[in-house]
Write a protein that binds this ligand. Structure first.
Ligand SMILES: *Cc1c(COP(=O)(O)O)cnc(C)c1O
Length: 356
């Protein structure tokens, strides 16, 4: 830290992304990326882009991409916001609607970025307690003061609320915004998007990073009422109007031509999740019911950190969080069937091969 960093930012504890190691080749199951490449149309669209055109700015309105998303999801283009990864939509949500003025309410254990944004923007943060089984009881959100941000399915548990439960939260107070972060919704949960028509206090945030295999392209989007979208645009035009680069805008549009390719990938990931869950149960694993492209598992009597390190030594990278309540859990991304098989084989070695 330099002596120039302003006072307000000195205590800020920044978000720590999952490792992207370069030292050796891992079976990489730590950051919820897709094990599959982007679809043929995406690769064709990127190849068709002229590098020479990179001298030109990208379209700051993102209109072609917005229209394509609107058509694909059955909403109006004025209901769509596009951004540099969904983290940017979340950040702009805090900037536009919370600031230091309006508190944010999030599940006690959820996406680690939420409390970081709150700290960065000076937003009062309320961690809403979770149940013993790490599920979220939506009724705990009905009386809270301020806006709400929920990952659905939640991270790192993978547990999802139903649209009816989201609806009840939305209707408990129409003067509060409910931001539903649907980064993992394509892996088996139900989207809140159909609620948008009747609930102008809903913001649905999506990403190309997980189910559409484009984490490195940085593309996110959000759906909301037109005046909410206009407020997000206001923040964008006040900070970084060209937030989505040319290649990514083209790729994002092209991906929508290959819906079936991505749905098939999601089906494969769901199948491999079910396979992995049943194998881990045979090894004594206790899991939360995940509808995401990752699972959350602990082995009673075993230390989560130790298993994490043992797996890493054997070339399998998973995610371990230091938070007291979940310190014995591992969050494991579902890779290809072969990668899942390597994980299971290494866990068998580490745990002694038997269910005690
Ligand atoms: C991965 C993830 C995001 C961020 O995705 P990007 O679009 O890559 O910025 C947002 N929310 C949750 C819950 C995530 O897990």
């Amino acid at each position: 830290m330099s002596r120039f960093l302003i006072e307000r930012l000195r205590p800020l504890e920044e978000y720590v992304p999952g490792e992207q190691p370069r030292d050796k080749k891992y079976v990489k199951l730590n950051t919820n990326e897709s094990p599959y490449p982007p679809s043929p149309s995406v690769i064709a669209a990127i190849n068709a882009e002229s590098a020479a055109d990179l001298r030109l700015y990208s379209d700051p309105t993102g209109l072609r991409l917005k229209k394509a998303l609107a058509g694909y999801y059955g909403v109006g283009a004025e209901n769509v916001f596009v951004c540099n990864g969904s983290d940017e939509a979340l950040s702009f949500f805090f900037a536009a609607f919370c600031g230091t003025d309006v508190p944010i309410n999030c599940p006690e254990i959820s996406y680690g970025f939420y409390p970081v944004f709150a700290q960065y923007y000076g937003t009062p943060y309320n961690a809403v307690p979770m149940e013993d089984d790490l599920s979220v009881d939506h009724r705990r959100f009905l009386g809270v003061k301020g806006h709400i941000m929920i990952a659905n399915p939640n991270a790192p548990t993978g547990i999802a609320l139903s649209p009816d439960e989201i609806k009840e939260i939305l209707e408990s107070d129409p003067d509060r915004l409910v931001c539903v972060d649907e980064a993992y919704v394509d892996f088996g949960a139900q989207t809140a998007l159909p609620l948008l028509a009747d609930h102008p206090n809903l913001v649905v945030v999506r990403t190309y990073s997980k189910s559409r295999s484009m984490a490195g392209a940085r593309l996110g989007f959000a759906f909301a009422a037109p005046e909410i979208i206009a407020d997000l645009e206001k923040i964008k035009y006040s900070t970084n109007p060209y937030n989505v680069n040319r290649l990514t805008q083209s790729a994002g549009e092209a991906a929508l031509l290959d819906g079936e390719y991505y749905r098939e990938n999601c089906r494969a990931i769901i199948r491999d999740r079910e396979f992995t869950v049943s194998e881990l149960k045979k090894l004594g694993g206790v899991l939360t019911p995940s509808t995401a492209n990752f699972i959350f598992v602990r082995f009673p009597g075993k230390d989560g950190g130790e298993i994490y390190h043992a797996l890493k030594e054997r070339g399998v990278l998973v995610r371990h969080f230091g938070l007291e309540r979940i310190k014995d859990y591992l969050r494991i991304t579902i890779g290809t069937r072969e990668e899942c098989a390597v994980l299971i084989a290494e866990l068998k070695n580490i745990l002694g091969g038997k269910n005690e």
